[in-house]
Design a binder for this molecule. Sequence first.
Ligand code: AMP
Length: 369
Amino acid sequence: MTALRTGDTIGILGGGQLGRMLAMGAAQLGLQTLIFAPEEESPAAQVAAGCIRADYTDLDALSEFAACCQAVTFEFENVPKTSLEVLVGKVPLRPGIMALEKTQDRLIEKRFLEGLGLSVAPYRPVDTLNDLTDAFDALGRDAILKTRRFGYDGKGQVNLKRGSGDCAQAWSAVAPAPSVLEARVPFLCEVSAIVARGKDGEAVVYDVPQNTHSGGILQTSSVGSFATTQLSPSVYDEARTAAVAVAEGLDHVGVLAVEFFVLDSDSGQTLIVNEVAPRVHNTGHWTLDACAISQFENHIRAVAGWPLGATQRHSDAMMTNLIGEDIAQAQAALAEPQNAVHVYGKTEVRPGRKLGHLTRLSSLTQSAL
Ligand code: AMP
């Protein structure tokens, strides 16, 4: 693969905050970015060299986009596969289509993970109400019905409780979308591993944050002294090793995140994979302020075919998402010198919408990861 040159343009499919932070990372390295997004308001376009505003299915616009870029990447995994197929052969696509094929669909993703020898929560494919009733009986515990595609931040999910779970009602909430029923697992905590992999197969991994969610949406990611659950070092090692295996299995180029549940059993702490995101990830936002080289810069370096940078932390950190009305806290947070404040430039404040984040920093402690 030929490496990009300073001044070259990376195309980014998607115009949200991840695209914005990628564009800022690219600018730091002297690369231009061109955003492709259908929305009128694009946090990424505000900081990029240019933007093509068109639907992901607009083939002419995609061809024009390809002609303007030396490489193309994406900031969200629900880009239609057919859109990427239009780009293949016209411009290098990093990561490639396989990263999307294996992660856009929860069922395909679970089978891929099992194929790598990784554990996932007990699950059953569900295509009809009958399937759902059978699956709920077979799993024999509280469960979550999740659509196979287009779910994020808890969207496309319905909880089913043992005894009171109403399968017909749950099915009507997602039908006729092909889905999976997943057993609810009693986790001790949630962690994630963020890996950056270059075209040559070199992989670097960040420290593993502990994450909290509410209503399916990430609230906080913590590393070092901010991480409050005592986890054995082997759990952190296992998470990092699994993330590298997933990146290798996908022949991934760029950043990829794997989210895990940590279970506590008689035989010790074990991990099961919740899901894979073949892109920069919200649980890695703290790397902007607590590491020399952030996940965004490392993704851009990988896409450009440039050497990857160090993932070591220089600080302990806790990232808090500013969701909906929380964004009002951003101004006050500036008064606290240890806070790094990030505001995404979105004008409409809606419940559940990620509008910014804060990363609180403190001195590096060696004791915890
Ligand atoms: P997801 O969109 O699948 O990542 O789910 C969002 C959040 O919902 C997760 O980070 C967990 O906090 C919770 N969740 C999802 N699936 C399960 C599960 N099988 N068991 C327990 N909690 C879950």
